[in-house]
Write a protein that binds this ligand. Structure first.
Ligand SMILES: [Zn+2]
Length: 286
């Protein structure tokens, strides 16, 4: 459902400009998080203390070379000082965050649920960080999950979307099956290969638990379906190309959670309505 038709055109235009600005600036900060949070040295891990610098030559990046996306394009993806290439990931993360904010503005009922829309946009930002760090390090940090809990609590107080019992069902709907699958697969893997690891990691399980608290039962189920499907497709392609088969699940769950939180209710309602339709039963019972 597209909601911006509820806004008159000038208001929508202004909202679009403001949200674009925040999307790009927060996207730029997400790059710092993705780059610094996995670092070993706690002093280097600080997100605010040090100014940005080129990872190759160490030159300080001036404010006019630090404008999201545009600076990368103007500098043609190279450091002004040492001319070494700057990773495409920087503009990618910034434009991805901008794009997801645009999706939130377009597909969430911002007129009736403005705070919920902002919280979901911030949820997308956390998911970008979780997805990229899990892709790099195969780890999801408790601090990242804690941020989602805070968003869920704020949504309870200001969001006015779903009830607390719905949130509890949402938290358990996917995390409990994921936990059971993880435990059962661990027993099998240990018996067969003698290695101790889970088919679904605890980080992924907790990600679905805290996200369910924020987005509720329908959206979390849709998210899990999209995430598992995406991971399966990518896994099959990777296997066909002969690449390593063990991949981080987090990035695919993050993709699932983005689309699940935007379209999950419609997806599940459509599915349930289809089951309710009498022609389905006459077809099955024939
Ligand atoms: Zn440099």
């Amino acid at each position: 459902m597209i909601y911006f038709r509820f806004l008159d055109i000038p208001a929508y235009f202004i909202a679009y400009i403001i949200i674009s600005f925040f999307g790009l600036c927060i996207g730029s900060f997400l790059n710092v998080c993705i780059y610094r949070l996995p670092l070993e040295d706690p002093a280097e891990r600080s997100l605010v203390k040090r100014s940005s610098h080129c990872p190759k030559c160490g030159a300080k990046i001036r404010f006019y070379d630090n404008v999201p996306v545009f600076s990368w394009l103007i500098l043609k993806g190279k450091c002004r000082n040492c001319k070494e290439p700057i990773s495409k990931r920087y503009p990618l993360v910034e434009s991805l965050n901008w794009f997801l904010y645009m999706l939130a503005l377009t597909f969430i009922d911002v007129m009736n649920y403005p705070v919920h829309a902002i919280l979901i946009a911030l949820f997308f930002s956390v998911l970008i960080v979780i997805g990229f760090i899990d892709y790099d390090t195969m780890e999801i940090y408790p601090s990242q999950l804690g941020l989602i809990v805070i968003l869920a609590v704020l949504d309870v107080i200001f969001g006015h979307t779903i009830t607390i019992p719905q949130r509890i069902i949402g938290a358990l709907a996917i995390s409990v099956p994921f936990f059971i699958i993880g435990e059962v697969s661990r027993i099998f893997i240990k018996k067969k290969y003698g290695e101790d690891f889970r088919g679904i990691e605890l980080g992924d399980t907790f990600l679905m638990l805290v996200s369910g608290l924020l987005i509720g039962p329908k959206c979390i189920c849709a998210s899990a379906l999209i995430g598992i499907f995406t991971a399966a497709v990518v896994g099959i392609i990777a296997k066909a190309k002969g690449k390593e088969s063990k991949l981080a699940f987090g990035p695919y769950l993050a993709i699932g959670l983005v689309f699940g939180s935007l379209f999950g209710n419609q997806m599940i309602d459509w599915y349930l309505n289809m089951l309710k339709a009498p022609e389905v039963y006459s077809m099955l019972l024939r």
